[in-house]
Design a protein around this ligand. Structure first.
Ligand code: NAD
Length: 371
């Protein structure tokens, strides 16, 4: 059988630095676990603009379409800030999301015990936290028509955006969330504002119907978005999987993410529709940006990118055991007191990007020796 195809787009700023460490994990998996990918690398963002005059070349887009998964670093930086909107580095990312039709954004909020002390919430509220937020990514108020700013006859101006969802848009993201709940703790909380929005009423009806038809084994609950925001900071461990729309998901996933500490720790996945074999187009990337303030200094935290690779192994390549191995290795390294600058705590050892990569590979090797 042909090797699965992985396209790596390291991007700008600290992208290449953190991606180098993810590549070392891939090399280890190849050498020690016999897991082989056909890996291609290409340019995105400012780096692609410098080479081709566009933030994503058509040839790169074609490679992304042909790949089983894309692993992306980060894009952007001051060098490209004054470019016209159409060729800004971020447009490369948006093109990938749009043309791969990645409608489900998975944002795990996972709190490693060793970092729970560093959270702004109490240790017992966040220690052991493991929530998955599924955000609808291609519909809703960010895309709905009509939109714009108009001038009224009396001279006032009016800004308009439209929240709009169809049955199919709700059901396809709902299905991703139900399937995840089935692989995790068996609980799904669907979040909207059905009390004040018709699109929320439809959302609730469709998710309820989908649950009854296809996922009767999943414990489904519903919550209004404002209450969900409150519950996420009051008692986040009550949640397993949350599914919500583009706007509420944008806000709730950032709030949930920050329960767990640094941006340098947070992975994400964006998934498209399943084909006849059940394979989905997919892109995996850290939540953080290109961090121009620390790029090139060798001090960036590579864990968000390494955990994004772990998500790729789990969701695109059916390699959950190897994904678990990576996550356990990260946890063990943190338990051992090693920290990059962004997650430094008193009494711990501050290490570089590559030393963090070394430490994670060493833990993976040890897990193998331990069977
Ligand atoms: P950022 O995420 O790049 O950085 C925010 C802060 O977090 C900075 O202090 C940075 O040093 C720190 N940080 C981020 N990642 C880190 C890591 N792995 N290890 C240690 N510290 C880390 O956000 P920003 O500063 O608002 O944006 C910088 C550039 O990145 C901009 O050009 C922006 O447009 C772009 N951006 C890209 C993406 C993306 O590629 N997905 C996302 C957000 C921002």
């Amino acid at each position: 059988m042909a090797n699965p195809k992985l396209l790596i787009l390291a991007g700008d700023g600290l992208g290449p630095e953190v991606m180098r460490e993810a590549r070392r994990i891939l090399d280890w998996l190849h050498k020690r676990r016999g897991v082989s990918f056909d890996v291609e690398e290409d340019l995105v963002g400012g780096a692609a603009y410098d080479a081709h005059g566009v933030p994503l070349a058509d040839s790169t887009m074609a490679k992304a379409q042909a790949a089983d998964a894309v692993l992306l670093g980060a894009v952007g930086g001051p060098k490209w800030d004054s470019l016209p909107f159409a060729v800004k580095p971020e447009r490369g990312l948006l093109r990938l999301r749009k043309e791969l039709q990645l409608f489900a954004n998975l944002r795990p909020a996972l709190c490693f015990d060793a970092l729970a002390e560093a959270s702004t919430l109490k240790y017992e509220v966040v220690a052991g936290l493991d929530v998955m937020i599924v955000r609808e990514l291609t519909g809703g108020i960010y895309f709905g028509e009509p939109r714009g700013i108009e001038t009224l006859p009396d001279g006032q101006r009016r800004g308009i955006n439209t929240q709009v969802y169809t049955t199919e848009e709700i059901r396809r993201v709902g299905r991703v969330a139900f399937e995840l709940a089935r692989k995790r703790g068996g609980k799904l909380c669907s979040v909207e504002k059905a009390n004040v929005m018709e699109s929320g009423v439809l959302w609730r009806e469709e998710i309820t119907k989908l649950g009854a038809e296809e996922f009767p084994d999943i414990a489904l609950s519903h919550m209004y978005a404002d209450n969900c925001a409150m519950q996420l900071v009051r008692n986040p461990k009550q949640f397993d999987v949350i599914v919500t729309d583009n706007l509420f998901g944008d806000i709730l996933s950032d709030a949930a993410a920050m329960l767990t500490g640094s941006l340098g720790m947070l992975p994400s996945a964006s998934l498209g529709a399943a084909d006849a074999q059940g394979r989905r187009k997919a892109m995996y990337e850290p939540v953080h940006g290109s961090a121009p303030d620390i790029a090139g200094k060798g001090i960036a935290n590579p864990i968000a990118t390494i955990l994004s690779l772990a998500m790729a192994l789990r969701y695109s390549f059916d390699l959950s055991r190897e994904a678990d191995r990576i996550e356990k290795a990260v946890s063990a390294v943190l338990d051992g007191g090693l920290r990059t600058a962004d997650i430094m705590q008193p009494g711990k050892a501050r290490i570089s990007t590559s030393t963090m990569g070394d430490a994670i590979v060493r833990e993976m090797e040890q897990s193998l020796a331990a069977g």
